[in-house]
Design a protein around this ligand. Structure first.
Ligand code: NAD
Length: 332
């Protein structure tokens, strides 16, 4: 099958080609992000393979359908960048990767939390400069603190288990509670109680119309003063301007994010020689108690290998007319 692979970075090219070795699909790697302007590059490809910042809206799907695309495969778990209903209308099947090392993201969330709480990145920058002063680097013990987990699915439960191992009390909020969370000692509470009692809040729910800006001015007003907020899920869960206001007032004690609402025009590219015009991200990275990474929580050998293998398997299943295990429903 001919596959147009958008947003293809070096690691996508090598690892997808490796996964494809036995399957023999024809891969057309494109470094561009998928948009209405770049969609014609997929002309003649029955399958289009995308990533989280590709724009797979109704307009783009219309162009792809007219060019003969019948399958969109996203190399991600989240699929908020895809208009699943439009795809259904146009007869395009959409698959994602439901299962790949959730440990990759959960472990990274813990890393971000430690880095922002214990000022590890700041300390490292200082020592490189010959500055071994400890002033300004004090954090707090996680042991004995309360950690709130919003979204206790695959990643949230692993994050919660690690935090329980640190000796934290773990509370959770989820629309669909899971026994696995309670088995590890977690206690479900309402979202208000979670915000009020947690020293750390970590977001692990998907971005949906319901969870969009789940962290806004009202919820930030309810958090425990000095709380650390961690987001490895999707940028749109946080109203970033409100988070900045909460950091300025001290209501938020720290912010560690791997995702950012306006990340599409920034992340996955080297902009170090350009003037970044996004004042919000520039303001954020100027805070000493903020850590921003560029959507890398999933980026481990294990996770990428599994993402590529599952993507190729789904495409091969589609080609053979077999049931699609990872198909996204039109009405999620
Ligand atoms: P999952 O589907 O296993 O878990 C999501 C959980 O969120 C479920 O338990 C679900 O019931 C819950 N949820 C849904 N709507 C909710 C709501 N309104 N309020 C509270 N909880 C709600 O997904 P997962 O594999 O754990 O992944 C979680 C998210 O992590 C993904 O949606 C994706 O956005 C993000 N993610 C980020 C990266 C990264 O590299 N930064 C990588 C993979 C996934």
């Amino acid at each position: 099958m001919k596959i147009a692979v958008f947003s293809a970075r070096r690691y996508d090219k090598t690892m997808l080609a490796e996964a494809n070795a036995g399957a023999g699909h024809a891969l057309r790697f494109l470094e561009d992000r998928l948009t209405a302007a770049t969609a014609p590059l997929a002309e003649g490809c029955e399958a289009v393979c995308v990533f989280v910042n590709d724009n797979v809206d109704a307009e783009v799907l219309g162009i792809l359908a007219a060019q003969g695309t019948r399958l969109v495969a996203t190399r991600s778990t989240g699929y908020n960048h895809i208009d699943a209903q439009a795809a259904e209308r146009l007869g395009i099947a959409v698959v994602r990767v439901t299962d790949y090392s959730p440990h990759s993201v959960a472990e990274f969330a813990v890393g971000l939390l430690l880095a922002v709480n214990r000022k590890i990145a700041r300390a490292s920058t200082r020592t490189r400069d010959g500055n071994f002063d400890l002033d300004g680097l004090m954090g707090f013990d996680l042991h004995g603190k309360t950690v709130g987990v919003i979204g206790t699915g695959k990643i949230g439960v692993i994050f919660a288990r690690i935090m329980a191992g640190f000796g934290c009390t773990v509370v959770g909020y989820d629309k669909f509670p899971s026994p696995a969370f309670e088995t590890l000692g977690g206690r479900y509470v309402g979202i208000d109680e979670l915000l009020q009692c947690s020293d750390v809040v970590s977001l692990h729910c998907p971005l949906t119309p319901e969870t969009h800006h789940i962290v806004d001015a009202a919820s930030l007003a309810r958090v425990k003063r000095g709380c650390i907020l961690v987001n490895t899920s999707r940028g749109g869960l946080i109203d970033t301007e409100c988070a900045i206001a909460a950091l300025k007032s001290g209501q938020l004690g720290g912010l560690a994010i791997d995702v950012y609402e306006q990340e599409a025009s920034l992340f996955f590219q080297d902009l170090s020689s350009t003037i970044i015009t996004d004042d919000v991200i520039q303001r954020l990275v100027s805070f000493p108690n903020v850590i921003v990474t560029g959507h890398q929580a999933f980026f481990t050998v294990e996770a990428i290998g599994q993402i590529m293998r599952t993507t190729i398997e789904s495409i091969s299943d589609f080609e053979r007319g077999q049931p699609l295990r990872n198909r996204i429903p039109a009405n999620p």
